[in-house]
Write a protein that binds this ligand. Structure first.
Ligand SMILES: [Ca+2]
Ligand SMILES: [Ca+2]
Length: 199
């Protein structure tokens, strides 16, 4: 009769088991620390990019608003060559501002990316949009709107970046000079109100 002897298996050394356990814990802890450091680094990079984007918006937003508002305020208060309409008159097309010659020609206009007066898109301005609203302002309280002509037009330019409003610039322009209101009489400009939105 053959007797088969099983190989003798020694029990693991308890000290080596403890050592392996400690090594595993150290590895896990190291991975956790590295992971936390990576998350912190990514958060820092993200915050830096947001700060950079906000800084760009604070610079370009007012510039774009100022440039367009200056153009509008340099137009006549009312259509000089045709029967005035509160909006664009005949022959003044929305594709180009070249023929626009009075303030309310800009009513409801918007372009993104922003355009020069001849309709040429401004380079490097992807993601930016300019919008204009023109309406009547109350002669009693110019902060309020009016559905009927009052002799005061409110112009509002809003600049958006990636769909988010970042700058609003408002101005009031008069035809004659209302004696009950203060402002720049020579220009017929009552007030110019800059507003950085969401910054
Ligand atoms: Ca016009
Ligand atoms: Ca007009």
């Amino acid at each position: 009769m053959n007797t088969r002897h099983l190989p003798c298996v020694n029990s693991p050394d308890p000290s080596s088991v403890r050592s392996a356990g400690v090594t595993l814990i150290e590895a896990v802890m190291s991975m956790l620390i590295v992971g936390l450091m990576l998350v912190a680094a990514l958060n820092t990079v993200g915050a830096s990019r947001v700060t950079q984007s906000r800084s760009t918006e604070q610079t370009l937003g007012p510039m774009l608003a100022d440039e367009l508002m200056s153009e509008i305020l340099n137009q006549a208060y009312e259509e000089p060559d045709d029967t005035p309409a509160f909006g664009r008159e005949s022959g003044e097309f929305s594709g180009s501002r070249s023929a626009w010659d009075d303030i309310d020609d800009y009513k409801g206009w918007s372009a993104g990316p922003p355009e020069a007066k001849d309709g040429t898109s401004l380079s490097g301005m992807q993601g930016w949009t300019r919008e204009v609203q023109v309406g009547w302002a109350s002669s009693v309280n110019p902060n309020l709107g009016s559905l009927t002509p009052t002799g005061i037009k409110r112009i509002e330019v809003v600049v958006k970046h990636n769909g988010r409003p970042v700058t609003k610039l408002s101005a009031l322009r008069t035809n004659g000079w209302p004696s009950n209101l203060a402002g720049d009489e020579d220009e017929g400009l009552l007030e110019l109100i800059p507003d950085l939105l969401g910054l």
